[in-house]
Ligand binder design. Structure first.
Ligand code: SER
Length: 372
């Protein structure tokens, strides 16, 4: 079948995606669908022009380490009601009262479509996933959530012309990848179900982009360090728990060897990067999946930095062989030069800045707890 494209050229229509949507589907280089077109076309309700200027965002897996922080950032930018957090878990009072929250199960395709349609969603941030350690403990669940769930997300996003963000990870690389540094394009043979599912996400997202015009965007996150949200049992999470223990007891038992070097990033840099790639003009993105980096350290180096704030701090090592094997197969340093060149990525937090920020947070928290 032949269709007329936006630029007046005629082209062959490709196959439909599995969602069975009836919109003509053509390669992305011709269609260039903007999610901003969706609300204006669907604008049969009376809405002010300011409603149509901002994306309408749905965040899945919103109660994980990153969702609440990202919702806050996006709500500051696009308005509180334009950003909907979702999860299958019950939110705290604080989360529930700080903006729209709904139940969403990414394994329920109909539920997902209803949410997208009823809320006129234009951007989808897909944070639901099982991380590396928890994935190894339950491979069938990781396969369902990380692979089957992603297929529902891809089909919904394609059907409704959404701009879709899916995070990938340092875990998408494996022992045969170059590890120091790891470039964007190299051998990817991860040895965890988490890593395998993320390579799949990168590849199928890019495939849908070229095949169906899906506006797919993906960043490979390093280990993310946050003070006010807990991570979901990943291999890099020692670098979060170490701060809490340093403050609480002055001691920490680490499950990785002292010289295990991994790329890491403070949460604020990670969330800002996510907003920046989502806002980047499509023509500034010759690739759809980018490494982003900030710092890289070992448990020993992190402990040395923490000692500057907690002089009596002590770390002992009790190595978990499963997690150590995972860490030993991952990048030590990320080469993120393409992100810096193409869409202007830069990090603000290095190791000393990160450690100072974490301790400032915990100190102000404990001061507030004493006052109340
Ligand atoms: N933080 C993740 C993990 O350790 C890596 O992306 O599983």
């Amino acid at each position: 079948m032949t269709v007329r494209l936006l630029n007046g050229v005629f082209s062959q229509v490709l196959l439909k995606p599995a969602c069975g949507c009836t919109t003509p589907i053509v390669p992305v280089q011709f269609l260039g669908i903007s999610p901003f077109q969706v609300p204006s076309r669907a604008n049969f309700h009376s809405v002010s022009s300011s409603d149509t200027e901002h994306p309408r965002v749905l965040i899945t897996g919103g109660l994980g380490q990153l969702g609440v922080g990202l919702a806050k950032l996006l709500r500051n930018r696009f308005g509180k009601d334009n950003v909907i957090l979702s999860d299958i878990r019950k939110p705290s009072d604080h989360v529930f009262y700080s903006g729209p929250f709904i139940y969403s199960d990414i394994l329920d395709y109909k539920n997902l479509r209803e949410i997208v349609v009823n809320n006129r969603i234009t951007w989808l941030i897909h944070y639901s996933a099982l991380l590396s350690a928890v994935g190894e403990a339950n491979v069938p669940l990781a396969r369902d959530v990380n692979i089957t769930g992603l297929h529902n997300i891809l089909d919904t996003a394609t059907e409704h012309n959404l701009r879709l963000f899916v995070p990938s990870t340092i875990g998408a690389f494996g022992p045969s990848s170059p590890r120091n540094p790891t470039p964007d394009l190299c051998i990817q043979r991860p040895r965890t179900i988490y890593g395998v599912s993320k390579v799949h996400a990168e590849l199928i997202g890019e495939y849908y982009h070229y095949r169906y015009g899906l506006d797919f965007r993906c960043l490979r996150y390093p280990g993310i360090i946050s003070a006010d949200s807990q991570p979901g049992r990943g291999t890099t999470d020692y670098a979060v728990h170490i701060f809490h223990n340093a403050m609480k007891s002055g001691k920490f038992q680490c499950y990785l060897k002292p010289d295990t070097r991994l790329p890491m990033m403070y949460i604020d840099d990670c969330l800002r990067a996510t907003l920046e790639i989502m806002e980047a003009p499509a023509d500034s993105l010759p690739m759809r999946t980018y490494n982003i980096g900030a710092m890289s350290f070992t448990p020993e180096e992190l402990a040395q930095e923490i000692v500057k704030h907690v002089p009596e701090f002590q770390v002992t090592y009790n190595v978990d062989t499963v997690l150590q094997a995972i860490a030993d197969s991952w990048p030590m340093n990320f080469d993120d030069s393409n992100a810096r060149k193409d869409w202007g990525w830069k990090h603000y937090y290095d190791l000393p800045e990160l450690v100072t920020t974490m301790f400032n947070f915990y100190t102000s928290e404990s001061r507030a707890a004493h006052v109340s």
